[in-house]
Ligand binder design. Structure first.
Ligand code: SF4
Length: 275
């Protein structure tokens, strides 16, 4: 074989091996996005958005908010439906987010991980510890779908806000996911047992949660030991359901009788009306 045919043969081999490599990588991406359960996604963390400064996502703290991509549930009233798929083309690289946070040391009090469901991806563990090592306080917004991962991470977290979707037996009607009440209830118990500062809150859409159900729901939380609770009115911004977005106001949240029945059950209680 002369030099020219050797080069040509090598080019052919390179092309074939590059095609094989591309095919292998594509197969890996498909497996990572769709086939492997969350626990097996190797240290991944997909970031769907970043709010550089928020005064409301952790009341009293100047916080950046990291919105993690992916959620196992399908709440009809979700106002971040673009964060539900576990992967998104327009996602941010975690290393870029971390570099941004490094530049904010001394300017922010805290970083809040929100979503989506931030506990979906295994990479949340490393990310939380990296942010903690930068000196920030750590906040976590969760719906409580992954109690085992929550239990692992609670010791590192300074404040957690957990959504209570509905009475635990009725969760599926709101989340669209069978048996979603059981992990949520376990997560409530874990948070209360951890001693970490917390807020539990319920988003109220009148088509999904009737006024009459609220005192009983609040009573069941108080019985579990919840001391801090909030009701927040559904906000139609971003909601993918036209029906829910069209019939959204819950004027009964102004009802003094309702607040009067719920407030005494807790050390702190508030109602947040939609703006
Ligand atoms: S748990 Fe939260 S992020 Fe997930 S679908 Fe429900 S509202 Fe959306």
């Amino acid at each position: 074989m002369n030099a020219a045919s050797l080069k040509s043969s090598a080019r052919g081999l390179n092309t074939r091996s590059s095609r094989r490599e591309k095919t292998r990588r594509a197969a890996d991406v498909i497996a990572d996005n769709y086939l492997r359960p969350p626990a097996e996604r190797a240290g991944s963390l997909c970031i769907g958005g970043l709010t550089p400064l928020s005064l409301s996502d952790w009341p009293g703290q100047l916080a950046a908010v990291v919105f993690c991509q992916g959620c196992p549930w399908r709440c009809g009233y979700c106002h971040n439906p673009h964060l539900i798929p576990p992967r998104a083309a327009a996602s941010l690289e975690w290393d870029d987010v971390l570099a941004f946070l490094e530049r904010r040391r001394g300017l922010l009090d805290a970083v809040v991980f929100s979503g989506g469901e931030p506990l979906l991806h295994t990479g949340i563990t490393r990310a939380l510890h990296q942010v903690k090592s930068l000196g920030f306080k750590l906040g976590l917004h969760t719906a409580g779908a992954y109690p085992r991962r929550l239990a692992e991470l609670l010791p590192a977290v300074d404040w957690v806000a957990m959504d209570i979707k509905a009475p635990f037996a009725d969760y599926a009607a709101t989340t669209g996911a069978a048996d979603s009440g059981a992990p949520a209830l376990e997560s409530v118990r874990l948070i209360l047992a951890s001693g970490v500062a917390y807020e539990f809150r319920t988003t109220v859409h009148p088509d999904l949660l009737a006024e009459a159900a609220l005192p009983a729901l609040a009573g069941s939380l108080a019985q579990l030991g919840v001391r801090h609770y909030a009701l927040q009115e559904f906000r139609p911004q971003g909601c993918a359901s036209r029906e829910l977005a069209a019939s959204c106001t819950a004027p009964f949240l102004e009802n003094a009788t309702l607040s009067g029945a719920i407030a005494p059950l807790f050390d702190s209680f508030c109602v947040r009306r939609a703006e």
